[in-house]
Design a binder for this molecule. Structure first.
Ligand code: ADP
Ligand code: MG
Length: 593
């Protein structure tokens, strides 16, 4: 064969490789994701070009990716039947970063007069190929482009500033078209060369790449083989002359190796929502999130324009961690894909607010780079827009449950996730108008079934201006509160806020449909029924009594006043206008105890 030519990496690549090998990713398994993503890009390019030039794919009509793990020797081989690279492309693509082949391809596409623009091809700058050196100390790329007669081999080592290129003349190595990447794993990464592990990684990262990915797997099938009659076996029945004639068989497992399809090629979210049955959504939910119960609701949508992404969101039927500690819960409920390649499910509010962390789903973006990092997520304008839209869709979905004919569905939802929404009142002012209609409370007129704020407002007296509530630790004690007497007498409905978080949530909302929330236990409660004359008379009569009581109680109370708020109880203790309610005080005490 002609001698190998030696090339120096572009300085940036050397630096990048240093970075990759030493620090950038602690998560070494991503090499597989990157290589599969490149293979998928190469297949995309071939597929695209062969639309106008069918000749291109004739040498190898099947578009697929094959991964072979050689456990014994610690070698992984990944072969695709994509567009491949010419010698010059090898020099340009696998020695520099600025010249991403995908980017070039896009430019060529744009420049061409038939530029239709295919979003699947948008290449993003990334560490991509070089992540092979996370796990390998020697990488061999053998590639055959349909544009070239010859096949070429690129070879690089982890701690070297140069690589070589040479014609591939080994008959064993020749392929009709595409690229084969061979990774000689580092000692500490040798355990990646395990068919089962590779299968798992493929399933996890590239489940939804749109080309078939085959992995080399050991398989078995059971086969019946004839066995000799066992002479020790005594016959129980001699009527069975027939069975005697039948030959005895035994089941044995026959082992063999073969390619196994490891991914689903058409992700459900890329399909037209009109053509997907509910059961399919449910099945995907169960499969993707390892659940056995069906979700309460799902929502499948595409957004276009400024930011393009597709998503399926789900509301689970139960809350897995119980109802406590929702703030500090870190879930892995939203799986982010970029162009069908799994990126991450490890988020902390970047894609979805934490109070909605119970929502599960997948999001597939076309506009984010494949190597998107936490930092990028936090600062990206695209991600901010995505988050906004996802939140809206999530609320639409929850609203859908609340409007469902089956009232039980929303009761279930509320029982599991009501607390999350109340937290949302506190944390997400921007979405108050979406959260508020979803809230549910018990009330003086509905002690057994919770009501919505809309129901409350509909039930308001014509002259009533506010939404009244009392915060307490139980319905019983709310019912027995002396403040309630007058309200009930007047036929005014009062919400019972019996969960610790309720009061803060309602205070954050301040109002609903322009009706303020008013705590009936606060001292300045105005029911609009003041009778000045009568009050003056009563004040005159009992003024001294009040003074006397205040003197006796001293600092224990702030003041003693005449009130028109009671109808049968002689007196009541109320909170000051600006102080904590009795309920809050109880909560604060409990916390500091
Ligand atoms: P990116 O994929 O973002 O362009 P990579 O570092 O992953 O960056 O890959 C660099 C370039 O190498 C690609 O753009 C492509 O031109 C080329 N390349 C890598 N892998 C393959 C492959 N399997 N088949 C064809 N070309 C490839
Ligand atoms: Mg890449």
């Amino acid at each position: 064969p002609p001698p190998a030519e030696k090339f120096e990496y572009q300085a940036e690549v050397s630096r990048l490789m240093d970075l990759i090998v030493n620090s950038l990713y602690s998560n070494k398994e991503v090499f597989l994701r990157e290589l599969i993503s490149n293979a998928s890009d190469a297949l995309d390019k071939l597929r695209y070009l062969s639309v106008t030039n069918p000749e291109l794919s004739k040498d190898a009509p099947n578009l697929d990716i094959r991964i072979y793990a050689d456990k014994e020797n610690g070698i992984i081989t990944l072969t695709d039947s994509g567009i491949g690279m010419t010698r010059q492309e090898l020099v340009d693509c696998l020695g520099t970063i600025a010249q991403s082949g995908t980017a070039k391809f896009m430019k060529a596409l744009k420049d061409s007069k038939d530029a239709g623009g295919d979003n699947n091809l948008i290449g993003q700058f990334g560490v991509g190929f070089y992540s092979a050196f996370l796990v390998a100390d020697r990488v061999i790329v053998s590639t055959k482009s349909p544009k070239s007669e010859k096949q070429y081999v690129w070879e690089g080592e982890a701690n070297s500033s140069s690589f070589t290129i040479q014609e591939d003349t080994d008959p064993q190595s020749l392929i009709p078209r595409g690229t084969r990447i061979t990774l000689h794993l580092k000692q500490e990464a040798k355990n990646f060369a395990d068919p089962e592990r590779i299968q798992k990684l493929v399933k996890n990262y590239s489940q939804f790449v749109s080309f078939p990915i085959y992995t080399w797997q050991e398989k078995g099938y059971t086969k019946e083989v004839e066995v000799e009659d066992d002479p020790t076996e005594t016959k129980k029945d001699d009527q069975d002359d027939q069975t005697e004639k039948k030959k005895k068989t035994k089941k044995v497992v026959e082992r063999y190796w073969d390619w196994e399809l490891t991914n689903e090629t058409q992700p459900i979210w890329l399909r037209n929502p009109k053509e997907v049955a509910t059961e399919e959504y449910n099945e995907f939910y169960r499969k993707a999130f390892n659940e056995y119960l069906d979700p309460l609701a799902s929502s499948h949508f595409t957004t276009e324009g400024e930011v393009e992404f597709r998503s399926i969101l789900y509301v689970p039927p139960v809350s897995p961690t119980g109802k406590d500690d929702i703030v500090n819960q870190k879930t892995k409920n939203i799986r982010l894909y970029v162009k069908r390649v799994f990126i991450s499910d490890d988020f902390d509010g970047e894609l979805f607010p934490r109070y909605l962390s119970f929502v599960k789903g997948v999001v597939d973006s076309h506009d984010l780079p494949l190597n998107v990092s936490r930092e990028i997520l936090q600062e990206s304008r695209i991600v901010r827009i995505m988050k906004k839209r996802l939140v809206r869709k999530a609320f639409d979905m929850i609203l859908g449950i609340s409007l469902s004919e089956n009232r039980e569905d929303y009761e279930t939802f509320w029982e599991n996730f009501g607390k999350h929404l109340k937290l949302g009142c506190i944390e997400d002012r921007e979405n108050h108008k979406r959260i508020a209609p979803l809230l549910r409370f018990f009330s003086s007129q509905s002690e057994n079934d919770m009501i919505s704020l809309d129901e409350y407002v509909e039930n308001m007296k014509p002259e009533q201006k506010a939404i009244y509530f009392i915060a307490s630790d139980s319905i019983t004690s709310a019912k027995n509160a002396p403040f309630l007497e007058k309200m009930l007498e007047k036929g005014l409905e009062v919400l019972y806020l019996v969960e610790p978080i309720d009061e803060v949530a309602v205070q954050s909302l301040k109002a609903y449909k322009e009706k303020d929330f008013v705590d009936i236990s606060k001292e300045d409660l105005d029911l609009g029924d003041k009778n000045e004359e009568k009050e003056a008379a009563v004040k005159k009569e009992f003024g001294q009594t009040c003074d006397w009581i205040k003197k006796r109680l001293g600092d224990k109370v702030a003041s003693v006043q005449i009130s028109n708020r009671l109808s049968s109880s002689p007196c009541v203790l109320v909170s000051g206008k600006f102080g904590w309610s009795a309920n809050m005080e109880r909560l604060m005490k409990a916390q500091s105890a």
